[in-house]
Design a protein around this ligand. Sequence first.
Ligand SMILES: Nc1nc2c(ncn2[C@@H]2O[C@H](COP(=O)(O)OP(=O)(O)OP(=O)(O)O)[C@@H](O)[C@H]2O)c(=O)[nH]1
Ligand SMILES: [Mg+2]
Length: 476
Amino acid sequence: MGHIPGGHPKLRSDAEELLMKVESLLGLSAGPAVERLRNALQRPVVIVVAGRVNTGKSTLVNSLISVKLAPTSAQETTSLVCCYAYSAPARAEAVLRSAEVVPIPLGPSGPALEDVSKETVDYLRVYVQAAALQPVTIIDTPGLGSAMTNNSARSESWILGKSDMQDVPDAMLYLVRDNFRPDDADFIARFRAHSGRDRERETAPVIGLVAHADNHAGGAWHNVEPVDTAKADAVKLAGETPQLDAVLPISALLAETVRTGALRERDVRNLRFLTGCDDTRLQFAEYLGPPDGVTTEDFRRLLALVGPYGIRYGREHAGSAAQLMDWLYERSGLAGLEEILQIRVMVPAECARVEEMLSGLTAAARSLAWPPQVRALIESARHAPAFHRLQEESALALLRESAPGHEFIAVLEDLRQPDWRPPASTSAAQWSDSCLQLASRYQAKAGTAKTGAEARAARVIARSFLIRSSEARTSA
Ligand SMILES: Nc1nc2c(ncn2[C@@H]2O[C@H](COP(=O)(O)OP(=O)(O)OP(=O)(O)O)[C@@H](O)[C@H]2O)c(=O)[nH]1
Ligand SMILES: [Mg+2]
């Protein structure tokens, strides 16, 4: 079980290598221009987590950053936007409305404002050295739709108020308890419009999450399995809500417990101990007291870590800590979320950064009159197999716009998976041959295509298979 995977494993490193080659050809004169492009390239992918009060946003943020830093509770909790980014040493700062940045204390339960007045703060930044944060920055936001406080307005103006396109998040995770209400849909539509304001960019993907999956459809003690029901409801919602890129069930509580390493051997033993207990007895254990053999404190701890769902259904999977962790991971919905994040968010966002870098290099070469050999290097890099991924991305964007539902869209989406292989290929030689056949099939389709976008996509797909074929052959 990994964390949020990076995008394409080699794309950024190939891009960095190109910058290094340019630098070595140009020497010192490359300095500031190349440095600017390198900084832009290395910008982490920014994912904002939004939704109504109490949907589990901060709990999900903790599980995505693998540290319990964002405060969570059953009351309205988060009152300031907080960005979690990778850096050492761990520290926190408040960015004031005046743009001044002031360091603030970072305790084990998150940043503390202390003597900084909340009204003067625009947002908070927390830096942690968590491996999960290397490729991404995760933004926790106050709950939307709250009439009690001005937290909601803070979130809205922060998420939709960015004027510099560089600051607009690359994607949004939007949590709902059961349904997308009209104001949820309205917020999502405004986010998409805002993120796609710049004609050069596709609108940022939005992934809907059916939150509290472990407590869905009447809760853990009801007669239907809540996580399974949440899965089925997520599929239904995806069909009804075309403005979302995907809808998945998530139990942020289980995800947080898995990712932050909160579960101790003693918890696993206590849960295993409950295996033989009567369901009704367990359901009312908070009132009746826990079953003999488990202390009240231990029982409360278990409830806080895995909820009633973990107690009812997890008992059967508590043979060992590893078994329980696997089960919690699967039930939490994290696996599905991480896969979607890679394919729908990380790969496209990294392609966009590399594309920007390549255009930036071409522009700098022209405006700074770099020597012909440097220009030639940049030009040939643009067409090298290493950057073919970018062609796949732009062919996909073009086709989505001009022919949504076209059969090539699914092919291009499959190709986003770095470890994609043709089905039923057992050896590298077979894999290479199948790719070659596919390349030939798509080359032929390019000849009979009805539109420019379709022909381009077919040519791009043909080359993708050719590249994969030769990669397979060299790995054989
Ligand atoms: N059973 C269950 N409880 C959850 C889940 N996610 C969050 N919770 C609990 O719900 C409460 C609210 O969670 P938070 O993460 O603070 O919610 P939030 O969306 O950040 O809330 P605000 O910051 O107030 O908008 C906490 O008590 C969490 O422990 C979940 O998936 N399942
Ligand atoms: Mg919160």
